[in-house]
Write a protein that binds this ligand. Sequence first.
Ligand code: HEM
Ligand code: HEM
Length: 180
Amino acid sequence: MLKKTANTYGVVAKGFHWLLFLMLTFSIVMGNFLASMPKGAEKLEAAGMHKSFGAVLLTLILLRLIWKLVNETPRLPDETTAGEAFVAKAMHWGLYLLMFAQPLSGIMMSQAAGVPVSFFGLFEFPVFLAKNPELAQFFKGMHGTVWILLVVAVIGHAGAALHHHFIRKDNVLKQMTTGV
Ligand code: HEM
Ligand code: HEM
């Protein structure tokens, strides 16, 4: 099933979910490696790769959000309380907020530092922030914090998914994996 139904996420939503899981994990590892490198030509090259990869991620996150908005969302198990449904929804939107904030803060950090962001050397993104070292520092702090919040949120999110599967023994994890 390509599209989502009331009972499961479709192939596209599952594809986005697990591809972004892998790509976000890779980008967080790559970013930390980058931050630990000494200044120099090698760091500049690695930063270029990290930024272009981040731009691809931002595009995928946007496409995923559009797909979510134009599709049905599978329903929660019948025994879900109103409070649980609210927490689940808030958590999903919180994850989107963090997924967007990470690449956007990266782009704004670079632009405020006066460094244009190029896409694998093919073209440069339009500059929408003037050079401003204080602002660059602010976005650098944000870029160094949001990913930690994302990791904490994802641990809670994955924990909830596993709790549903192994303790409550319901359909929630299957909706994002093998469920059709
Ligand atoms: C979802 C996509 C992204 C993820 C998950 C990510 C993740 C990270 C992480 C974890 C760090 C290390 C932060 C630290 O501890 O200080 C980092 C550093 C960095 N990121 Fe990203 N990033 C993403 C996108 C971007 C984008 C789009 C840009 C710019 C256009 C960017 C620019 C940078 C730069 C310049 C650094 C190095 C900062 C330093 O030298 O300390 N990132 N990134
Ligand atoms: C970078 C890591 C992750 C992010 C950002 C993330 C984000 C999300 C988001 C936003 C949703 C809502 C559906 C949608 O809009 O596509 C979702 C659903 C789901 N995720 Fe994740 N996820 C991550 C990792 C994981 C992991 C590791 C697991 C499993 C152990 C998992 C299991 C699930 C399940 C079962 C659902 C369906 C929940 C439901 O229908 O209520 N996710 N995820």
